[in-house]
Design a protein around this ligand. Structure first.
Ligand SMILES: [Zn+2]
Length: 124
């Protein structure tokens, strides 16, 4: 039986190793190979819901439980920004270390695209 963690943040921290100087937090759990590199993955048994009203992440106890495989770095950034996992379209690494889950090394390209759109909009 897998160890139980008080929070997803705690689980992410327990499954990563901080690297001095560069600040990367290298994921040591399960991984997934993709064309761009190797990425951390985390299986979540409960259904995750972001409650807009309370502004908190909660697992859905009443719904049917199914295992979801989430990208560890994307989950890390979602928790850090306190936004729903599904709201982050694509999460890119500033440090180019695909196994890094330090939220400060990550950015949502959706955010950047939004900013670029804003800049474009201000030109015309
Ligand atoms: Zn990093």
């Amino acid at each position: 039986m897998a160890k139980r963690y008080a929070s997803l943040r705690e689980r992410l921290d327990a499954n990563s190793v901080p690297v001095p100087f560069c600040g990367c937090a290298i994921w040591t759990g399960a991984t997934r190979r993709a064309a761009a590199g190797e990425y951390g993955k985390i299986n979540v048994r409960s259904r995750l819901r972001y409650r807009e009203r309370s502004g908190a992440w909660r697992s859905d106890r009443d719904g049917q439980r199914k295992i979801k495989s989430l990208a560890a770095h994307r989950l890390s950034l979602a928790l850090h920004l306190d936004v729903a996992y599904s709201k982050l379209n694509h999460v890119a690494h500033r440090c180019n270390v695909t196994l890094c889950i330090n939220p400060l090394h990550l950015r949502s390209t959706t955010q950047r695209d939004n900013e670029a759109d804003k800049r474009r909009a201000s030109i015309f």
